[in-house]
Design a protein around this ligand. Structure first.
Ligand code: NAP
Length: 646
């Protein structure tokens, strides 16, 4: 299979100098890749013109709707991807994380977009700020899509998820993407991009693919572009320091090496549910994707008194792991992506062995069920144990990107916190404890060193999503060594692709530009009650003022008896006066709200379907018996849901 790049609406076959990509299973050539015939300047220009234009013709809502269709299309056509995925060394379970996990991420972003984003290309960030005495000059922050390209450089371990978790927020934001998968597993990404192109769903120029090297693409980067990189520390340094990136302040997100820790609380002893939860979590993280996960547990921090028991329990489980051809019956862990990766992991194990000893696994003598262990990247899970945890340094620095983890004994909780921090910034840490005080100390001790903390105990273990699973709604990324980047985190992931701008002007102008009516902007008087007018007919700022209604003591007593809310502030004058907020008996806030509805509602059937709730409801000022209230009802914002209503 000759892998092609997809550039300027065309598939461009691998050039004559194409490099063979071996199968992880047996080393046979699966594909050939080279981007030698790609014109990168043309590719960048295509994204900047066609891509930007076609994406901006859609709004956030329009793009969310397309994303949902795309997720559905991929879900319906994913079956052949599984066969290819096995060639990367992935078991069926590993493939599901990559393929279905990636498609699931698209679904989640589509849903968030439909629920939470407007039908425009501008987001509002925060409230309007008053900047003048009379309110005629105000400020407001807005966010608009950057006018450039998102270049996504991905690691080899998640060829589908790695692409889609970056594509979803970029596409939703309205920024065209150029995706460069790691060459070792690019055949799976290419197959998925072929499906995406065949779906015909993405607008022209929204997605281009490079199978092979990036040529001179980075020379064409500008200050409106973004590079999102996932991979090793070494490569991230090369790319981050590229002259064009540095000179143009091109946005750069890095997700890279991470020496993630799992910490067993000092309160946990063998026989407790937390002990078993911890061991299960560690073994799962060592073996899923053969440990080739940026989130995998590399450092197992346990109280010194429990270190032997933990080691025994982990060894017991690891001895049941069956390494081999991921397609073979009974195999629970596949090979590493290739022989080169196995060599790299062995070298790193050697570095770790200067300070640790092997508790389980022989890196030099792998076995493989249904396969030749010498032909593929087969390696058993390797459990190491630090000889002198206080002095050891390599285990906090050296990432063996495979099924390798080091057990480290700690003296007390402070010691555990110190050790965890020595990773100098990680994507995730797990803490297993049933003592909230221990969990609290750990969280405050290490949170600033982590992008995510996974706290598990007997109450949450059954439904926990696991240490190693980044979720679309939660932040993925970490400080320091982990790259200092942040991805996903729900709609937070969109903000990388948007420029925040402070707008200053009159309330009328800002209301008009942002589509959010604000105090100080002129009110519009409609020619009929808003309940008699359809969604499209309503104008921003359209306002009605109702007649006043007096709230009587009898109303308050009736409401109290009817609802059962006989709180003293409404019923007992003396007690109400003793309260610092009330001069005497006051009307219920909910009574006022109900009276408000009675004032502004126009009751006959018409275009209004339902009231689905209130945002920012506050009861700021007491209303006393015989006070009068009135309602001002204004169209502040319109969010269409679909063709029928909004
Ligand atoms: P890598 O060797 O750094 O490669 C990452 C990507 O960079 C690949 O697409 C690679 O392409 C590309 N690349 C390498 N040199 C380049 C250059 N000079 N110019 C442009 N692109 C270049 O990393 P990997 O081996 O694929 O992945 C393993 C590493 O990724 C581990 O260290 C792991 O911790 C990290 N990782 C981190 C996360 C995270 O979210 N933090 C997730 C997964 C993996 P080629 O394949 O064509 O060389």
């Amino acid at each position: 299979m000759k892998l092609a790049s997809y550039a300027c609406n065309r598939w461009i076959d691998a050039a004559a100098d194409a490099q063979p990509i071996p199968s992880a299973i047996d080393g046979t050539t699966i594909a050939l890749a080279s981007s030698g015939d790609v014109d990168f300047a043309a590719m960048a220009a295509h994204a900047r013109t066609r891509g930007t234009r076609s994406l901006r013709r859609l709004t956030f809502q329009g793009r969310a709707a397309l994303l949902k269709k795309l997720a559905q299309y991929l879900s319906d056509h994913k079956a052949p991807l599984y066969d290819l995925s096995a060639q990367t060394g992935a078991t069926r379970r590993d493939s599901a994380i990559d393929i279905d996990g990636g498609i699931g991420t698209l679904f989640v972003y589509a849903g968030m977009g439909r629920r939470e984003l407007p039908d425009t290309n501008m987001l509002i960030d925060g409230p309007q700020l008053s900047l003048s005495r009379n309110g005629s000059f105000v400020g407001r922050h807005v966010e608009t899509p950057i006018d450039g390209i998102a270049v996504h450089v991905n690691a080899y371990n998640f060829p589908c998820w790695g692409m889609l978790e970056k594509l979803a927020p970029a596409f939703l934001a309205g920024v065209p993407c150029i995706v460069k998968p790691a060459t070792q597993t690019a055949y799976l990404t290419e197959a998925m991009v072929r499906l995406i192109v065949a779906s015909g769903l993405l607008p022209e120029g929204a997605l281009q693919l490079v199978c092979g090297r990036l040529g001179d693409l980075f020379d064409h980067m500008t200050g409106q572009d973004l590079v999102s990189f996932t991979g090793s520390l070494e490569t991230s340094l090369v790319l981050r320091n590229h002259p064009a990136i540095a000179a143009n302040a091109t946005r750069f997100i890095a997700e890279r090496d991470s020496l993630n820790a799992a910490i067993l609380g000092p309160d946990v002893a063998p026989g407790s549910p937390e002990f078993d939860i911890f061991v299960r979590e560690v073994v799962r993280e060592m073996t899923v994707k053969a440990g080739q996960k940026c989130t995998a547990i590399r450092r197992i921090l346990v109280p010194a008194a429990q270190a032997d028991a933990v080691a025994d329990a982990i060894v017991q489980k690891l001895s049941r792991v069956v390494v081999g051809d991921p397609r073979a019956e009974g195999v629970t862990m596949g090979p590493l992506v290739g022989l080169g990766q196995r060599d790299d992991v062995r070298r790193r194990i050697d570095a770790l062995l200067a300070e640790a000893e092997i508790v389980f696994g022989d890196p030099e003598n792998p076995t493989a069920q249904g396969a030749d262990p010498a032909a593929g990247g087969y390696l058993p899970p390797i459990l190491l144990r630090a000889r002198d945890p206080k002095r050891a340094t390599a285990l906090h620095r050296v990432e063996a990107f495979g099924p390798v983890s080091t057990l480290v004994a700690y003296d007390d909780l402070d010691d555990a916190i110190t050790l965890a921090r020595r990773g100098e910034g990680s994507l995730v840490a797990t803490a297993v404890t049933y003592d909230p005080a221990v969990a609290g100390d750990l969280v405050f001790g290490i949170a600033s060193y982590h992008g995510r903390l996974h706290l598990v105990d007997r109450d949450s273990a059954a439904e926990s999503t696991g240490h190693g699973s980044p979720l679309p709604g939660l932040v993925h990324g970490g400080p320091g060594r982990a790259g200092g980047g942040e991805e996903m985190g729900g709609l937070r992931g969109l903000h990388h692709y948007l420029q925040r701008t402070a707008l200053q002007g009159s309330p009328a102008l800002l209301s008009r530009l942002t589509g959010h009516w604000n105090k100080g902007a002129p009110e519009v008087t409609g020619n009929a009650h808003p309940f008699r007018r359809g969604f499209d007919a309503l104008a921003l700022g359209e306002t009605i003022h109702t007649a006043p209604r007096t709230v009587t003591l009898a109303d308050i007593e009736h409401f109290a008896q009817f609802t059962g809310d006989t709180f003293y502030a409404h019923m007992d004058d003396e007690a109400a006066r003793a309260n610092p907020f009330f001069p005497g008996r006051v009307a219920h806030g909910y009574l006022l709200l109900s009276f408000a509805a009675g004032l502004f509602v126009d009751p006959a059937p018409g275009p209004v379907l339902a009231n689905y709730g209130l945002d920012s409801l506050r009861f700021m000022k007491p209303v006393l018996p015989d006070d009068a209230i009135a309602v001002r009802l204004t169209v502040k914002q319109k969010s269409p849901r679909n063709a029928d209503y909004g």
